[in-house]
Design a protein around this ligand. Structure first.
Ligand code: CA
Length: 440
């Protein structure tokens, strides 16, 4: 009898212990590298982002695959370099075909197939019509389809729930926080994937009076508005984490936070008041300021808490990490470029780092990072300056994170090695499906 009972109860125990973890991707938009407390920011308190960084691992060499919104979001959702499938630039028009190619499978598609409830709250920027989020793996959608949106919602700039226009009264970032909490509440009984894609702190610069008042001490008007907008995003993230905690879901949720690209700090044109120091360059460039971002990975009791991880990694890895957390067996034919970060963060991997090299291609700009070496060709016009795209410059980021001293002339062999590695990677890319030049 005793034996029979064991047989009866053992499988139940196993099932209870094996509820698949929830996955929460939180993406900020156009954040400055310096503008979060965990990175040393002094004038804008970000207590909830800082708590998130502390609850998990802060990746100090975390990158995104491009210096623009839509391409990096395409990379995140597919786990593939977006240049593999022509999504090199922002979609530059209203054509229904322009956006994440239908040939690509999203992480939402894969998690949905594995039994997850899936939802997007926020900015899509990956196409409309047959490319609508609810046709790309998301059960639920609340937000907008383009690349930017007013925060005070009015006519002519619709917010959607599914495909229906809603009459939104709240400040948009607050509304996204509310909807994210509501999604968790609705789906708390089963594993869920929530992609919370803020447009904060992208232009237009609009904040609530109450939050602007909090930052009266900041004299620069743009920076003050930026601070208020950042504070709104931090508040929204706090509400989402509180909800996970109150539902006792915090320990069973993989939470990843990144900005989709660096701050637009182009020389002479500070678009949103962001600061990328100590990095050089801005959004739109393949310099560090365009592609290195705040990058936190949190999974309570699974991944180390209160630690930093310093090896180079990229947002594509978050996709692979999420699939692995969900117990999905990644197939070679999916051609994912990301790596499951779990074994690296915990120190269980026998390999010393997730990637031998990281690569970027953005029109006439390129970059490759191999160890501490970075070879980069950037466009000074994209950085708000004048002149032609540069020859490839070589920097050693170990002691030159600000990319100040070009070592190319002194190290021609290293230049050759990095160029050859980049050329090899580039062979598997395709031409862009549409041109660059569109803002946002
Ligand atoms: Ca962006």
């Amino acid at each position: 009898m005793r034996f029979t009972l064991c047989l009866l109860f053992a499988p139940l125990t196993v099932i209870a212990a094996e509820r698949k973890p929830n996955v929460l991707f939180i993406v900020g938009d156009d954040m400055g590298y310096a503008d979060v407390g965990a990175h040393g920011c002094k004038d804008i308190p970000t207590p909830n982002l800082d708590a998130l960084a502390k609850a998990g691992t802060r990746c100090t060499n975390g990158y995104v695959t491009g210096p623009y919104c839509s391409p990096t979001r395409a990379g995140l959702l597919t786990g593939r370099y977006q240049t593999r499938f022509g999504h090199e630039f922002n979609p530059g028009g209203k054509g229904p075909e322009m956006g994440l190619p239908i040939t690509e499978v999203t992480v939402a598609d894969r998690l949905k197939s594995a039994g997850y409830a899936t939802g997007l709250v926020g900015k899509w920027h990956l196409g409309e019509g047959k490319l609508h989020p609810q046709k790309r793996g998301f059960d639920d959608f609340f937000g907008f389809l383009g690349g930017a949106h007013p925060y005070i919602v009015g006519k002519g700039a619709p917010i959607f729930r599914g495909t229906a226009v809603v009459d939104e009264k709240e400040y948009l970032t607050d509304a996204f926080g509310r909807e994210a909490v509501s999604f968790i509440d609705k789906h708390k009984e089963k594993p869920f994937f929530l992609y919370l894609a803020f447009n904060a702190v992208h232009t237009p610069m609009q904040a609530t009076d109450a939050r602007l008042k909090k930052f009266e001490s900041i004299k620069d008007n743009t920076r003050r508005t930026y601070a208020a907008m950042m504070s709104a995003m931090d508040d929204a993230i706090g509400k989402v984490i509180d909800k996970l905690r109150s539902e006792k879901l915090e320990e069973n949720t993989l939470i990843c936070f990144i900005s989709d690209n660096g701050g637009p700090t182009m020389q002479g044109v500070t678009i949103n008041g962001s600061i990328n120091t100590p990095l050089r360059g801005s959004k739109r460039t393949t310099l560090e300021g365009g592609v290195r971002v705040p990058y936190f990975v949190v999974w309570k009791n699974k991944f180390p808490a209160g630690k930093t991880y310093d090896k180079p990694l990229i947002q594509l890895d978050l996709t692979a990490t999420a699939l692995s957390a969900a117990g999905i067996d990644v197939k070679p034919e999916w051609k994912l470029d990301g790596v499951d970060l779990g074994p690296f963060l915990t120190g269980e991997s026998s390999r010393s780092q997730p990637h031998d090299a990281l690569y970027w291609r953005f029109g006439n700009q390129m970059a490759i990072r191999l160890g501490d070496w970075k070879l980069v060709k950037y466009d000074p016009v994209a950085d708000g300056g004048k002149g032609q795209p540069s020859d490839a410059k070589l920097y050693n980021l170990a002691d030159d994170i600000g990319e100040k001293t070009d070592l190319a002339a002194k190290n021609p062999e290293k230049v050759k090695e990095l160029k050859a590695a980049w050329d090899k990677w580039n062979k598997d890319n395709v031409p862009p499906l549409w041109g660059g030049g569109k803002k946002n």
